[in-house]
Design a protein around this ligand. Structure first.
Ligand code: URP
Ligand code: ZN
Ligand code: ZN
Length: 472
């Protein structure tokens, strides 16, 4: 199958150019400048399908490097399967996800990874890969890290939060970082001081403070900034690259900025929820409504101006990537587990379908440029996690993962009945975007067009990854 996308504005992380894009099979065959007839004067007549993208942006498919399909958490499982979650991602212009395989204390890492392959194999609408969560650092799991790198799993997530569940102490973190420094992989860190948070949570509950908003009030910014600093210092001792996930506190990103100013291999990620949603407007809604917005790190105070600072850090590249941390739970029977005790509300928000639109709104609002939109949602994620130039760019030889984005369109994203994620509510009620995903192409196959999903479960392939391409 050959496809020609003509007359569009091709947006790359380096800027936008007028060009046509020729797809042959699963890959991009050519990016053709206006007036270039070297492939034939009437190329259009020779291809199988033509899209006229006049007035539209032609961008690399989104790469969301932080999702949790079917994550076991708090006595339940994230409500999207790999089938429903990747379909929803496709609707929103994301063509690659990297999900997290979970190893718990006492489990073999290889068995945990095999279980995640079994969940995803033959289910995905788009291409996918895995990071490995190491929930129990010991001799066996450290050895397994080396094996996984050979299998193309080149990033490992550790937790300084959730004692008794995924938590690693400083000694365990140091040992995992030493292993990563030797085998060349990247450590991803959930940086919150979980031990201190647990004390604050118990004290709040003892005082009868049980509403969802106490989730944020018992995880103050200091717990994120302290853990971020500790993780950076431990990583510095070992020389491993460090990627801090889902950052929400401006003070914590300031710590990342200082490390980056020293030219250390430290990187920060944030998520749409921290750029748009807040403690006051969302988590503090009356009754149990705020449970929809319980996630960790937590939504922070609007009055403290974290959102403005996060956008600024995205401009200065102290935050390098926007992922979703997609971890959906329904209100019914899932979030409801925490009625009367905020600490039992499963942590997570679902956004995999909305990331490209929500961050495009940052372009419309003047927060970031068009090129930076592509860079932080597609190009940098691909480079950070060893998928570039196969993913994250429109260039000859790259996979034909392409979105035709209509800046004159409009997307109402906040409706539980119209989104495609497996959730009984939306965390994005009332959000309308000045832009629209018109067409999504995954490895040369059109999977979304004209408000219809025409892809298939199992089209998505597993991706073995290389190393982080940003190391100094
Ligand atoms: O609230 C969150 N972030 N849930 C998913 C698990 C994690 O820590 O990433
Ligand atoms: Zn986390
Ligand atoms: Zn996460």
């Amino acid at each position: 199958m050959t496809i020609l996308i003509k007359n569009g504005s091709v947006v790359l992380s380096t800027g936008a150019i007028q060009a046509d894009v020729l797809i042959d099979g699963e890959t991009i065959a050519a990016v053709i400048a206006p007036g270039d007839t070297s492939l034939g004067a009437n190329l259009e007549a020779t291809v199988d399908k033509v899209f006229d993208a006049r007035g539209k942006y032609v961008i690399p498919g989104g790469v969301d490097v932080h999702t949790h399909m079917e994550l076991p958490f708090g006595g339940t499982f994230a409500s999207d399967t790999f089938a429903t979650g990747t379909r929803a991602a496709a609707w929103g212009g994301t063509t690659t996800i990297i999900d997290f395989a979970v190893q718990k204390f006492g489990e073999r890492v290889q068995d945990a990874l095999a279980a995640w392959h079994a969940k995803a194999d033959g289910q995905c609408a788009i291409d996918y890969s895995f990071h490995q969560i190491i929930g129990g650092v010991d001799d066996d799991s450290l050895k397994a890290m080396d094996e996984l790198v050979d299998e193309g799993i080149t990033s490992f997530k550790l937790f300084m939060a959730y004692p008794g569940v995924f938590y690693s102490d400083d000694g365990q973190i140091l040992r995992a970082m030493q292993t990563a420094a030797k085998n060349g992989s990247t450590i991803m860190m959930h940086a919150e001081n979980g031990i201190a948070i647990d004390v604050l949570v118990q004290q709040a509950l003892a005082e009868g403070k049980t509403d969802p908003r106490y989730h944020s009030l018992t995880r103050p910014w200091e717990t994120e900034a302290e853990a971020t600093n500790r993780a950076i210092m431990l990583a510095k001792m070992t020389g491993t690259p460090l990627y801090i996930v889902h950052m929400s506190a401006k003070q914590a990103v300031n710590v990342v900025q200082q490390a980056r100013d020293e030219a250390w291999n430290v990187f920060g990620e944030t998520c749409p929820q921290y750029l748009y949603l807040s403690l006051e407007e969302h988590l503090s809604q009356p009754g149990f409504e705020g449970a929809k917005w319980v996630c960790s790190t937590p939504l922070r105070s609007k009055a403290e101006r974290h959102q403005q600072e996060l956008w600024r850090y995205l401009r200065t590249n102290d935050l390098s990537i926007v992922s979703t941390d997609h971890c959906p739970f329904c209100m019914k029977e899932q979030k409801e587990l925490g009625v009367g005790d905020f600490s039992k509300i499963p942590n997570g928000i679902g956004s995999v379908e909305h990331r490209m639109d929500l961050i495009y709104q940052g372009v419309v609002d003047g927060q970031i440029t068009l090129a930076r939109w592509v860079e932080i949602t597609a190009t940098t994620p691909a480079r950070m996690f060893g998928l570039y130039p196969r993913k994250g760019v429109i260039a000859p030889g790259s996979d034909a993962d392409i979105v035709i984005y209509n800046p004159d369109g409009r997307t109402e994203i906040g409706h539980e009945k119209t989104h495609h994620m497996n959730m009984d509510h939306s965390a994005w009620e009332g959000f309308n975007i000045d832009g629209h995903v018109d067409t999504v192409i995954s490895r040369g196959t059109v999977i979304v067009d004209d408000n219809k999903y025409i892809g298939s479960d199992g089209h998505g392939k597993y991706l073995k990854r290389g190393m982080n391409q940003y190391l100094i």
